[in-house]
Design a protein around this ligand. Structure first.
Ligand code: NAP
Length: 328
């Protein structure tokens, strides 16, 4: 038996209920894993509210770290007893134990603890593909300016540090002065409090009228329009989330007038669709974390049973960095 958090219908945090579920043996291509720590992500909110629909009942959670307890037929990269971490579909990591596809599960280097593993896989692999694989036409070179919204959050703090390691001039936005300070302390070159400042005007000022090569926008509805105004000609709008609500339909012609802009909507799950690509991305993530260039900030911890409060705090913009759910 496993303890797990399920929802029976879409709705608020009160729908998150602790239940006992049966956990069987892994089928071909699967493993059974016992979790030591679980990662909280904004995508869990979208799945809870129904913005990203799933059949019910739904066991939430896309990220965790733990130990392999059983291995199904055909799984060759993992064995019983391995310390592992993952970001993976289908949801289900809000649990003490689960059976899941082995494809996206990676062995955790000895130097990386379970809590760090659970706090960094989904967010860190996202930062990896955004900065290394989601490139404007001219590519990204050292010294290039990029804009990163919600930079003091889970993905954000990792991206700030990784961008500094890559020599990028990352302009951060965040919703309070304290969060701006945090982004600066983690490698952002500039920080804008977008609750009180016109971020498009400030970006133009910082870049001396040029604009940035890429905007990384996970805020969505509230930042979309002004973000387009921050781009230089041929710049790339990389939309990857909707914390303030989904981006409304827009006229492609508006991209022409702003300088032949590119727009992409990215999701991690395309990037980690194969074992090989997942492992290659994870190896890069493990390397920057082990080198100390990227530190994983676990700023909040909640017991699995207190997940309702964790969701409330995340949605109320009270969290910074990564949040984990503990199971011990
Ligand atoms: N597509 C992908 O592959 C992918 C993968 C991972 C994450 N994501 C997206 O990236 C974003 C960051 O994920 P995360 O888990 O690290 O979360 P997070 O950044 O720790 O938390 C979300 C942050 O969004 C900001 N925000 C702005 N407007 C908001 C609003 N109206 N309501 C709530 N928050 C608002 C808040 O920061 P401020 O107070 O500073 O504004 C908040 O702290 C999310 O949108 C997530 O869905 C996408």
């Amino acid at each position: 038996m496993s303890l797990a958090i399920q929802i029976r219908q879409n709705g608020g945090p009160e729908e998150l209920q602790l239940v006992e579920v049966q956990v069987g043996d892994p089928a071909a291509g699967e493993i059974r894993v016992r979790h030591h720590a679980i990662g909280l992500n904004y995508i869990d909110v979208y799945q809870r509210t129904g913005l990203y629909p799933f059949p019910m009942p739904l066991q939430l959670g896309m990220e965790a770290a733990g130990v392999v307890e059983a291995v199904g037929e055909g799984v060759t990269h993992l064995k019983v007893g391995d310390r592992v971490a993952y970001a993976s579909n289908p949801p289900g990591s809000y649990s003490t134990e689960r059976v899941m596809p082995a494809r996206c599960v990676c062995r955790l280097p000895d130097a990386i603890g379970f809590e760090t593993g659970a706090a960094m896989m989904l967010k860190g692999l996202t930062a990896q593909y955004l900065l290394k694989k989601t490139l404007p036409v001219q590519g990204l070179q050292r010294g290039d300016a990029v804009l990163f919204h919600a930079a003091a959050g889970g993905v954000g703090l990792i991206a700030c540090q990784w961008a500094r390691a890559l020599g990028l001039e990352l302009i951060a936005t965040a919703g309070s002065d304290a969060k701006c300070q945090l982004a600066l302390a983690n490698g952002a070159a500039h920080a804008i409090n977008y609750s009180t400042e016109d971020f498009a005007a400030r970006v133009k000022e910082i870049t001396q009228g040029q604009g940035v090569k890429v905007v990384y926008d996970s805020v969505g509805k509230d930042t979309w329009e002004k973000s387009l105004d921050c781009l230089r000609p041929f710049g790339l709008m990389a939309s990857f989330g909707n914390a303030s609500g989904p981006v409304p339909p827009f006229a492609p012609a508006s991209l022409g007038g702003r300088g032949s802009l590119y727009v992409t909507r990215q999701t991690l799950f395309t990037h980690i669709s194969t074992r090989e690509s997942t492992q290659a991305m994870a190896d890069e993530l493990f390397a920057v974390v082990e080198s100390g260039q990227v530190k994983i900030h676990i700023a909040q911890r909640y017991a699995l049973a207190d997940v309702q409060q964790a969701h409330r705090d995340l949605e109320a913009r009270k969290t910074t960095g990564s949040t984990i759910l503990t199971v011990d």
